[in-house]
Design a protein around this ligand. Sequence first.
Ligand SMILES: [Zn+2]
Length: 232
Amino acid sequence: MKLLMGLALLLITAGTAIGQTKPTRILMVGGGGSHDFGRWYGEEDKKAIEAAGNYQVTYTENTDSIPAYLKQSDLLILTNNQPINTAGQAAITRFVEKGHGLLLLHAAVWYNWADWPAYNLNYVGGGSKSHEKLQDIKNFVVNAGHPITQGVPAKFDFVDELYRFIPDPAAKGIEVLVIGQSKETDAVYPGVFTVKHRKAKIAGITTGHDERSHHHEAYKTLLINAVNWIAK
Ligand SMILES: [Zn+2]
């Protein structure tokens, strides 16, 4: 009997291992002002990510639950500009310092939180305090060799807010992959970048205001590539 039970257990274990690999569990946090977070991140981007690979995305706007959710997550995507309490800030810090990956989308690369300067310094490598007027912006791939820009056209345009993203010289540095240029002022800012960190893979995409980027093929490719690169 003991032998039979042992055999059965062995078969169950082997079946699980062969049948399916565990999905990468992604926590996506949204919520705050000026955007339809639920529509464009919670629905559109979540659907695109889950269709692209073995990913399971949990979307929440309940920032108080971040510590609980992160215990069951492999990767974190921040899109929100609503406040994150000190427990949530500490949980995110522990998560990233352990080496888990982080993807920052649009509103999350802003200087949102005066009570958490370490966020912009260590995880964003700087930030935005303003943006160019909503307009058809020009995007140029400036590092075609990086995994995040594979399959992305060398130049593409869509209507979005070009964030005036300024790298912080006190930070560890960013690597710029795509730049955005305003047609109105010719000003150029980083559009897609990676953030240097000693353990974690971190990437940022500064665009994503509404459907005009979220429905654009180049945006979708950048989003999926960034998730794939971070998850690896
Ligand atoms: Zn916006």
